[in-house]
Design a protein around this ligand. Structure first.
Ligand code: GLU
Length: 466
């Protein structure tokens, strides 16, 4: 049977890392099974759902290359379908109208809680054969005995006692079908075979299976994925991590790095850490997903991004970097050797935004020296800088080797440790201690510009010493 999976976000917030992971696992599973992947917007909660959130979710998925095989559907546009199913379920005798008032339900709950019992609807209207009115809700006649057993691809056999489940509301008094009902009807209507979703939906599953059974729908395959946790082992939230996918793209994490990182949230394959989508489609096994919560580690994402950036051809790397250069006002055409500069700096930071920022001193004059670097290395280095400047000016050939040799002989003559010689020059050139090898850095700037920047640093030392 062709496997059909779906991602069913509620558009009540922007696309969250945990949500993208769920979408990715659904997508990969369907591709692997040569099946179909669908997207359904679960916007039954009209107050909290917005089109902006929906657009953000769909755009984020598209940016990740998670493209559905059919256009997404929206629950708010499927009222007729739900109405038909409501008629079916009423006719089947598996549901009943209930006119219990809010007050009565509240009293009932408080009494149950006072007795230490789980608050549950007590079934008062179950056998009253009430007819529909604008005061009634429709409830499912949930079997009172027995159990629901289903096989979860991640968690194995899962059992729920029916006595733990009450008669849940299927249709509100205003005629609106509830979330659970729509979810079940849609999965059936869309031909979904496999529900892959977060573990937070595990307890919904027996309820939804009861609805399926009441409607005579075939059962589905389930996989409940472990929650994504922050470093503090609490559920990933804005409090313990950056959760919005767009924020990661804005920092210059590659799409392929995000896929790699998300795939590793709850799944692994031996020691292999670097994965691309094609590897996942070959290697991913839903049955291998772990049950325990998956911790999202930003340092690991940096490491993954560094690897994915390194694997790009120079052309692809610059293409990815371009928007970040533009954000920083860097015009690569302004310098003859911009390609060399970019190549030299391409591993300077784990993100494209960080690399672009590091490139700024190569394209613009330094507007401020890094305060810590000044304190640690620049202050007190005037005479050595002057000495090195003279040495460098004496060079006839301005290449990496000659520069390195001049620096080594200056260091020997000055009898200073390497950082005392190199760091002040780095700061003079780039404003901070962050640059590739010094010979290469000076080479990239050229003799004249290097001389000028060292003079500027000397002037700056004089100014702050006065
Ligand atoms: N709409 C639900 C959510 O956003 C997902 C429901 C499901 O996957 O069955 O959490």
């Amino acid at each position: 049977m062709t496997k059909v999976t779906r991602f069913a976000p509620s558009p009540t917030g922007t696309l969250h890392i945990g949500g993208v992971r769920t979408a990715l696992f659904n997508f990969v599973y369907s591709k692997q099974q040569k099946g179909k992947f669908l997207i359904r917007i679960e916007d039954t909660d009209a107050e909290r759902s917005t089109r902006e959130f929906e657009d953000n979710i769909l755009k984020g998925l598209a940016d990740m290359g998670i493209i559905p095989d059919e256009p997404p559907v929206r629950q708010s546009e499927r009222a007729d379908l739900y109405q038909q199913a409501i008629t079916t379920i009423i006719d089947s005798g598996n549901a009943y109208f209930c006119n219990c008032s809010k007050e009565r339900l509240e009293e009932m709950r408080s009494a149950q809680q006072a007795n230490g019992a789980k608050p549950q609807y007590d079934g008062r209207c179950r056998n009253l054969n009430l007819t529909h009115s604008d005061q009634t809700v429709l409830r499912l006649k949930t079997p009172q005995e027995g159990e629901i057993i289903f096989h979860d691809l991640v968690r194995g056999e899962v059992v729920f006692q029916n006595s733990e489940l009450d008669d849940l509301i299927l249709v509100r008094s205003d005629g609106a079908p509830t979330y659970h009902l729509c979810n079940v009807i849609d999965d059936h209507d869309q031909g979904v075979t496999t529900v892959i979703r977060g573990e937070d939906h595990l307890s919904n599953t027996p309820r939804q299976i009861h609805i399926q059974q009441a409607l005579g729908f075939p059962s589905l395959e389930y996989a409940h994925l472990p929650m994504v946790l922050g470093q503090d082992k609490k559920r990933l939230s804005k409090r313990n991590a950056v959760t919005s996918l767009q924020d990661y793209f804005d920092q210059g994490y590659l799409q392929s790095s995000m896929i790699n990182m998300l795939a590793r949230l709850g799944w692994s394959k031996g020691d292999k850490e670097i994965f691309y989508l094609t590897d996942l489609i070959t290697d991913f096994r839903i049955q291998e997903v772990q049950k325990a919560g998956a911790i999202f580690d930003p340092a690991k994402l940096d490491w993954i991004n560094t690897n994915h950036l390194a694997a790009l051809s120079f052309k692809d790397f610059t293409l990815q970097l371009l928007p970040f250069l533009l954000d920083n006002g860097i015009d690569v055409a302004a310098k003859e050797n911009s390609n060399e500069i970019i190549e030299a700096m391409r591993t300077s930071k784990p993100t494209l935004a960080g690399i672009a920022l590091d490139l700024k001193p190569y394209f613009f004059d330094i507007d401020a020296y890094n305060e810590k670097a000044v304190q640690k290395f620049l202050i007190g280095s005037k005479s050595s800088l002057e000495y090195i400047q003279r040495k460098l000016q004496g060079l006839e050939v301005w290449d990496e080797r000659s520069i390195d040799e001049a620096l080594a002989s200056a260091q020997a003559a000055l009898n200073l440790p390497t950082p005392k010689v190199n760091q002040p020059i780095r700061i003079a050139m780039t404003g901070s201690t962050n640059s590739p090898s010094l010979g290469l850095t000076l080479c990239l700037f050229g003799k004249e510009e290097s001389n000028l920047r060292i003079s500027n640093a000397i002037k700056y030392i004089e100014e702050i010493s006065n």
